[in-house]
Design a protein around this ligand. Structure first.
Ligand SMILES: Nc1ncnc2c1ncn2[C@@H]1O[C@H](COP(=O)(O)OP(=O)(O)OP(=O)(O)O)[C@@H](O)[C@H]1O
Length: 454
């Protein structure tokens, strides 16, 4: 038995004088009974509820629209509707139940209904907890979800490295959350009131990266019409993330090393140095030791960056988190889909668990967002997720993870373009990337116009 009674909100949309009579059978629950939708809104702002009961028997007036609004505004609460058979004859009541409620009961209660409602509330409470309570760390808008041992150790490492000011190298496959980790370190550090700037060293053309990082003086080169402050200088006082550091050209590695040693930079075309106080975090998905041994990365720079190291685990290594993350992103992106959507079918959950997630959390987000947009039913299916044919690979189909990642990325882009009839803005939204990134990917995979086969 639970020692503390679980809270449940009871909203009476009727003008009912004595709530305690109506809810006296709810044993083991701490019932907060309120009259009317406005009072319910106020109470929800002040307290956290996983489950709510709405008593609504009016078949006319605004009651149904108000209840509908309350339910939609608070979709993290699992709602159970108490109504009567007369109301159930109305289309709008049935629609409200289908689209917004966990369950419904008709009044007056028969002998078994009270205990059945008790267990319904218990299940609804459990479902709501699964969806919300497992977010372990949250930094402003950047939430890191996970309860696996790997994530718990990661959270502990973040706290440790955040408390000092040394450089940190964040390693891990693409899409595992390295940038999120960097933001988390910044948010927990003494620099959290200053800027956090992320620069993707792999996305900037080689001829522009020096002035992007270090800035340039007016007239430093043809086209330098104005003075430009570089990202290192802009991050003064705060934190700079150098993402995909393995892609930094060797010539720039020397300049970066000098900056790390001297905490000073020289803008392109300048004659003197400027002191800057920046904490540098670097992230990479490539093996930098290998890059050093192949002469692509400077060993002295690696030592400078790798004072502390944080490893971001691949999604397939933390099975326990996969379903949790899937439900988390389902709730986050549910408003983008049809409002009948309730969750995942059982077979979709099995497919999610069995899939290897080569593109990690980013791929999970993209598949779920796409499925939410594409799904026409109440439950997201395996096909909606694009995992329909995923069976165990035979030995001939074994490919490298990098290849698998690229294949997955390419397939996701093709499906989105096909679904959105080559509309770039919509496709980018479905894929969860910017239009610029989408154009870059299309060029990378040399994808032309995708024929619409619907
Ligand atoms: N534990 C997590 N909880 C919630 N969201 C996560 C988690 N890990 C990653 N994400 C989300 O997954 C997406 C990819 O994360 P991020 O960009 O940080 O990955 P990355 O490792 O830096 O990728 P890349 O190497 O390609 O730059 C982001 O939308 C991020 O918010």
């Amino acid at each position: 038995m639970t020692s503390n009674p679980r809270p449940v909100l009871f909203v009476s949309a009727e003008n009912c004088e004595n709530h305690s009579d109506q809810v006296s059978f709810l044993k083991g629950w701490s019932v907060n009974a309120v009259d009317g939708i406005q009072n319910a809104r106020r109470t929800i702002k002040e307290n956290k509820y996983n489950v709510g009961l709405i008593h609504l028997e009016q078949s006319d007036g605004n009651g149904i629209s108000d209840a509908e609004a309350l339910i939609h505004e608070n979709s993290a609460i699992e709602w159970v509707l108490l109504t009567n058979n007369e109301c159930l004859k109305q289309h709008k009541f049935c629609k409200l139940i289908r689209e917004g409620c966990y369950d419904f009961y008709t009044l007056p209660f028969n002998s078994t209904a009270e205990s059945s409602l008790q267990s319904t509330l218990g299940h609804a409470y459990g479902m709501a907890s699964l969806n919300s309570e497992n977010t372990i760390e949250s930094y402003d808008d950047y939430e890191m979800v996970g309860t696996s041992q790997q994530m718990l150790s990661l959270f502990a490492s973040i706290r440790k490295v955040a408390s000092v000011d040394a450089s940190v190298l964040i390693t891990g496959e693409s899409g595992t959350g390295k940038e999120l980790i960097a933001r988390a370190i910044h948010e927990r550090s003494a620099r959290n009131n200053e800027l956090f700037i992320a620069v993707n060293c792999g996305a900037i053309p080689e001829n522009l990266i020096q002035s992007e990082l270090f800035g340039h003086e007016k007239g430093a080169f043809t086209g330098a019409h104005q003075l430009k402050i570089g990202q290192i200088e802009a991050a003064d006082g705060g934190t700079l993330l150098l993402d995909e550091i393995g892609d930094l050209p060797l010539t720039l590695q020397v300049n970066l090393l000098r900056f790390l040693q001297e905490q000073a930079i020289q803008r392109v075309g300048a004659t003197s140095e400027i002191g800057v106080n920046v904490r540098v975090l670097a992230a990479t998905h490539v093996d930098l030791d290998l890059a050093v041994s192949e002469g692509r990365f400077r060993e002295d720079l690696l030592y400078r960056l790798n004072v502390l190291q944080v490893q971001s685990p691949a999604l397939r290594e933390r099975e326990q988190d996969i379903e949790l993350l899937a439900r988390f992103f389902f709730n986050r992106f549910k408003p983008e889909g049809n409002n009948r959507l309730k969750g995942f079918s059982n077979s979709a959950l099995i497919a999610i668990e069995q899939y290897q997630w080569p593109g990690n959390v980013r791929e999970l987000i993209n598949r779920i967002r796409r499925a939410i947009v594409m799904s026409e039913g109440r439950m997201i299916s395996t096909t909606d997720l694009g995992l329909g044919n995923s069976g165990p690979p035979d030995s001939c189909s074994v490919i490298s993870l990098d290849q698998a990642r690229q294949d997955a990325e390419q397939n996701a882009i093709i499906s989105a373009l096909r679904y959105c009839r080559n509309n770039m803005t919509k496709s980018a939204k479905v894929l969860g990337v910017s239009r610029v990134t989408l154009y870059r990917m299309i060029e990378k995979y040399q994808l032309g116009k995708i024929p619409d086969d619907r």
